[in-house]
Design a protein around this ligand. Structure first.
Ligand code: SF4
Length: 317
């Protein structure tokens, strides 16, 4: 929400910035967003360059979530605080509408700084207004989520021409419980994809994040692609785990406890920005592409959506 541009208040007040800016209500930090359309970090690996996130922080608590560093700018930590201290932007819809009035039509991602259908959405119900605003502005958009709550808005999403991307990186429940403890299991997400397809929503699967040395074995990738292929999803978009600052320490801390023999290999595999080695990434995405071919699925990011002219009437001249 444009946190970098926040004007700092009383310098003598040493509470975290978010506690000075927000109202704590029902366990959520409510604060008025100044900016809704934010740049997507280079390391995110998704197709869109700009994103809209009604929530910051995420109760799904994925160890490898790339959005963790955002909490540091609020004076919170990128680990447990990110999972439990969720920031809500109650003015998300009017603020977004104001920005869309000047937007040039570039496609947007929705739900990058925190899952837009996490538990907080049950209370605040911001997403119907977000979808309507984007649909009315005719801006192509993709909703990223792991939550079955997205089904509530299936009709709205279908009417707005939205893409939904459900993340399913593996179908092994032991891994899921360890690294995505707050999200529903793979089976529930596979059923969610089928239900969205059934409801007429354009739905793809983000096979992300593939975890090096934990979920990247040939039989694991094969089992995952095979089960996704049975859902009717349009395509699979593979993304290997990123470990940008903020995420890296939280993930490696867990890895050191659960799989200490892998820490050194991760240190070798990742560069300072948190990107995996290109050779490894190409090998994994290549394997997934071959599996998609085998199971009759399209792979890779979505085709670029046609950009609408900013002033449609001028396009006729
Ligand atoms: S569901 Fe998405 S936003 Fe939420 S913790 Fe997991 S990766 Fe991060």
């Amino acid at each position: 929400m444009g946190w970098d541009s926040l004007s700092l208040v009383d310098a003598a007040d040493d509470r975290p910035l978010i506690e000075r800016r927000a109202v704590l209500r029902g366990g959520f930090y409510e604060t008025q967003a100044r900016t809704m359309i934010e740049r997507v970090p280079r390391t995110a690996g998704i197709a869109q360059r700009w994103a809209v996130s009604p929530y910051r922080g995420c109760a799904h608590a994925c160890r490898g979530c790339g959005a963790r560093a955002g909490h540091r700018r609020l004076g919170l930590d990128a680990g447990g605080d990110f999972d439990t201290r969720i920031v809500v932007k109650p003015n998300a819809v009017p603020r977004l509408r104001a920005e869309l009035a000047r937007w040039d039509g570039e496609p947007l991602a929705v739900g990058v700084s925190g899952d837009c259908y996490q538990q907080a959405e049950r209370t605040y119900q911001l997403m119907p207004g977000v979808i309507e605003a984007l649909g009315e502005a005719a801006v192509p958009f993709t909703v990223y989520t792991k939550s079955p709550l997205v089904l509530r808005d299936a009709a709205l999403l279908e009417r707005a021409g939205a893409q939904v991307a459900i993340s399913i990186a593996f179908v092994d429940e032991r891994i899921r419980r360890a690294v995505e403890p707050g999200a529903v299991g793979a089976q529930a997400r596979l059923e969610l994809v089928s239900a969205l397809v059934e409801a007429g929503v354009a739905c793809r699967v983000l096979m992300a994040p593939v975890l090096p040395l934990l979920s990247d074995a040939a039989d694991q990738l094969s089992a995952t692609v095979r089960r996704i292929a049975a859902t009717g999803a349009q395509a699979i978009e593979p993304i290997v785990l990123r470990l940008p600052p903020g995420t890296r320490a939280w993930y490696l801390d867990w890895l050191a406890g659960a799989h200490p023999h892998l820490v050194e290999r991760y240190e070798e595999l990742y560069d300072r920005a948190g990107l995996p080695s290109p050779g490894y990434e190409q090998r994994i995405t290549g394997q997934i592409e071959q599996l998609c071919h085998l199971y009759g699925m399209r792979s890779g990011p979505p085709e670029p959506a046609p950009r609408l002219p900013r002033y449609p009437q001028l396009a006729l001249v």
